[in-house]
Ligand binder design. Structure first.
Ligand code: UT7
Length: 336
């Protein structure tokens, strides 16, 4: 058995900055409400025709591969997490393989676990490496939310939160099993599937043909729906549980955390967790203020920024934790 370690990190966000004031020009919202409820000051939106979920993932991945100090031909497998793929099918994993010019027939897996997608992706990659099947696995989280949101007052409870961007990590075989990814912990509760969801078009309740035939301007089924307060209440409980589960599995406690990277869902959720575990500001990294909630991309973007800022050093205990649609949630415990 081996461990896996994160050998390279990268992120990419589109240049176009959209401030809270910009949003208040197209819907009834304001900077004060958004900052008070979420901590978000601005986010990035792709300008049509420039980037896609795949192209952002490719740019983040290029950086991660370069920093891993390996040739792209050494990538054995791709894991791509997103809820906003370029195409309904095929998923973006194979598009990255093509556009990045990775080895021609390596496997590519698409993960559909929304905000927990990157944590699920890391867990999958870790198992492949632990078992000896692969040596270098590329894990990407990328989202292009901005052009699938209801940018009117009707959609303001959701639309002001989400932003575009991508993050990537290369996981590499580590022979020293006291280092790298120590454990991963995954959960779901499908009972609440519709509380944070995008129903259409799908092969369940709203078929493509239904939408075309109805041609109803009041139809919101193809916009994301979120029962915000219910999601919030579940998030704070599940984040806490899954972080503790990971720590306990490794005979560690909250005081041992050097850096917690929570999925950037809402600054108030991160602050709640920080307070609950008695962590100081240096032990938790947040960048939702700049990028909003980028779903599967939020953890790898934040992890990369924290690492670039020198906030993660060799030997540190790093904890990743996510919660979101599904509901799904999970944590990753890393000895850096
Ligand atoms: O990433 C996956 C996991 N996601 C999360 O964890 C998100 C969890 N939930 C949240 O972060 C919060 O619930 C939100 C930030 C989404 C919403 O905050 P809230 O404090 O729960 O607000 P609310 O939805 O209860 O709405 C309160 C009021 C409503 O007005 P009334 O009915 O009290 O008159 C809304 O219509 O705020 C209104 N409102 C807005 N006002 C200005 C909702 N969105 C906006 C807006 N600007 N953008």
């Amino acid at each position: 058995m081996y461990n896996s370690r994160i050998s390279g990190l990268g992120f990419y966000v589109p240049e176009n900055v959209v401030t809270n004031d910009d949003l208040s020009k197209v819907m009834d919202t304001n900077d004060e409400w958004i900052q008070e409820r979420t901590g978000i000051k601005e986010r990035r939106h792709v300008v049509k025709g420039t980037d896609t979920t795949t192209s952002m993932g490719v740019k983040a991945a290029q950086k991660a591969i370069e920093r891993a100090g390996i040739d792209k031909d050494e990538i054995d497998f791709i894991v791509f997490a997103t809820l906003s793929p370029d195409y309904y099918f095929p998923g973006p994993g194979v598009l990255v393989q093509r556009d990045l010019g990775l080895k021609r027939t390596i496997g590519a897996l698409d993960v559909r676990n929304q905000c927990s997608g990157f944590v699920y992706g890391i867990s999958v990659a870790d198992q492949y490496i632990k078992s000896g099947m692969y040596k270098n696995v590329l894990v990407i989280g990328s989202e292009l939310h901005s052009h699938g949101l209801d940018m009117t007052t009707r959609g303001r409870g959701v639309s002001v939160i989400f932003g575009d961007g991508a993050g990537a990590a290369v996981l590499t075989r580590e022979e020293d099993t006291s280092k790298g990814i120590l454990s991963t912990h995954l959960h779901s509760e499908g009972q609440h599937a519709e509380e944070l969801s995008l129903i259409a078009p799908g092969m369940g309740k709203r078929w493509v043909n239904d939408i075309i035939e109805d041609n109803d301007p009041e139809d919101t089924s193809y916009f994301p729906h979120m029962n915000g307060q219910f999601v919030f209440k579940n998030a704070v409980v599940r984040f806490s549980e899954v972080i503790m589960e990971g720590l306990q599995k490794n005979n560690l406690g909250p005081q041992d955390i050097d850096m917690l990277i929570p999925h950037q869902a809402n600054l108030r959720i991160s602050q709640f967790i920080q307070k609950k575990f008695g962590l100081n500001d240096d032990q938790v990294f947040n960048n939702i203020m700049k990028y909003g909630n980028t779903t599967a991309a939020s953890i790898p973007i934040a992890l990369t920024e924290a690492w670039e800022a020198g906030k993660i050093k060799e030997g540190d205990l790093v904890v990743l934790a996510a919660f979101g649609s599904g509901f799904t949630w999970g944590s990753v415990i890393i000895r850096w």
